[in-house]
Design a protein around this ligand. Structure first.
Ligand code: ATP
Length: 407
């Protein structure tokens, strides 16, 4: 049975994408290239999801094809990766499509990016390098039967049955980041891991090799923790997928605490993923060393570590203020999600915005001689204010005047 997905494409793709694909098809047919919609886009069409981005496989050299698009079809090549022979092309209406030459891949070392070879191979050989059957589907764009489905690995049936299935038994050994990808698709689409896939995943995680590099894992975790669903962290713990990066994940991470912080505007949507990552790696030097974290990410980790090492039962408002006042919002949020310390909420609700209104100039005007003692005065004012006193600049002035008399 031939499945056609032309209607689905017309419904899901926006007008700009449709025009861009039409242009690419014209160009390919004129220059004798065979091109295919490939991977996630085809999966998403079958699932009737909106199309986010479009990948096209070129049975031939995608870089040569992109040069034709730029030369004759008013397109702009934004990026070329010579090594993989891929090209990112912007069409005149602004839409962007990734073109990849078909290729095979071989893994020299487990977990390290594979080597591409045999560029321009048949589509059938290209799809064998992919992660799951649901991502191996292609739609024919050139020649007869446009928008017919090409399914070499049984991906169509797996989508209908909601199954995530690897293509061969060594798949997770070749690339363990596929474990996070599997969980991503499971959560995102409400799919299940096919039995053998699940068994091999467990086997891999039970025999995990410490030395395995993490080239792709961080990016996959980023995408995974960006899914707007619940229980993301719990699944990483319960499946033991955390073992890919960390030997000591926080176990009492509470997602509901994370959601309860939304009202305080501490972070934007794009930062949430790192709160989860912090909980996975904060107690694990082993993880921090291996995960290739940036300097600002390291700062968050260090701050959360220090908070976790402090006495959680801080007593008064001043101590609470001192504990959090200079810290990164993301550190405060991560610490709260991990610890549940109510001091955080007190800080955010009642203390965070309190500040001393008088300045050094005001102190001089009152008659104080500039000295390190100024800091003590400011601190005394702050302490009072944190306890609900001194509600105006005037009250602050009257308060410090008492110290002047004593001098
Ligand atoms: P998303 O909707 O999350 O973007 P996607 O399937 O489009 O999903 P990409 O990360 O953009 O995912 O990858 C594009 C395609 O490349 C996938 O559909 C898959 O066929 C292949 N791919 C991606 N990562 C891997 C991997 N680690 N191993 C094998 N194939 C992969």
């Amino acid at each position: 049975m031939v499945v056609f997905l032309g209607n689905e494409f017309n419904l899901s793709a926006n007008e700009n994408y449709k025009l861009a694909v039409e242009t690419a098809v014209n160009a390919a047919e004129k220059s004798d290239f065979k091109i295919f919609l490939i991977g996630g886009v085809v999966r998403d069409l079958i699932l009737e999801n909106k199309i986010k981005d479009i990948d096209i496989a070129v049975e031939g050299n995608a870089v040569d094809f992109s040069v034709i698009l730029e030369r004759d079809y008013n397109c702009k090549i934004i990026n070329i990766q010579e090594k993989l022979k891929t090209a990112k092309v912007q069409f005149s209406n602004g839409s962007i499509i990734d073109f990849a030459s078909t290729r095979e891949e071989k893994y020299i070392n487990s977990g390290v990016l594979p080597q591409g070879y045999n560029f321009g191979c048949s589509l059938e050989n290209d799809v064998k390098r992919r992660d799951f059957t649901i991502n191996t589907l292609a739609l024919k764009l050139t020649g007869d039967n446009k928008f017919s489905l090409i399914d070499y690995c049984g991906g169509y049936q797996d989508i209908l049955n909601k199954k995530i299935r690897i293509l061969h038994d060594k798949s997770f050994i070749d690339d363990p980041s596929r474990i996070i990808r599997a969980l991503k698709f499971k959560v995102r689409f409400n799919f299940e891991l096919e039995q053998n896939t699940e068994n091999l995943m467990k086997e891999y995680l039970n025999n995990i090799n410490d030395k395995m590099p993490l080239e792709r894992i961080k990016n996959e975790l980023h995408q995974y923790f960006n899914i707007k669903k619940e229980n993301l962290y719990d699944l990483i713990i319960s499946t033991k997928a955390y073992k890919l990066i960390s030997d000591k994940p926080i176990l009492n991470f509470k997602e509901e605490r994370l959601f309860s912080l939304k009202e305080f505007d501490l972070f934007n949507e794009n930062e949430i993923w790192f709160i989860y990552i912090t909980a996975l790696i904060v107690n694990s030097d082993y993880a921090i060393k291996r995960l290739n974290i940036t300097s600002s990410e390291r700062k968050v980790i260090t701050e959360v570590r220090e908070l976790l090492n402090k006495d959680a039962k801080v007593k008064d408002n001043f101590q609470i203020y001192k504990m959090f006042n200079k810290l990164n919002n993301l550190s405060i949020a991560s610490y709260y999600v991990i610890s549940g310390n109510p001091a955080v909420i007190k800080f955010l609700k009642a203390l965070k915005d309190i500040e001393v209104l008088i300045t050094g100039d005001d102190l001089k005007e009152i008659g104080f001689i500039p000295s390190p003692y100024f800091n003590k005065l400011f601190e005394s004012i702050l302490k009072e204010k944190l306890n609900g006193k001194l509600n105006s600049k005037e009250e602050e002035i009257n308060f410090v005047k008492k110290f002047l008399k004593k001098d």
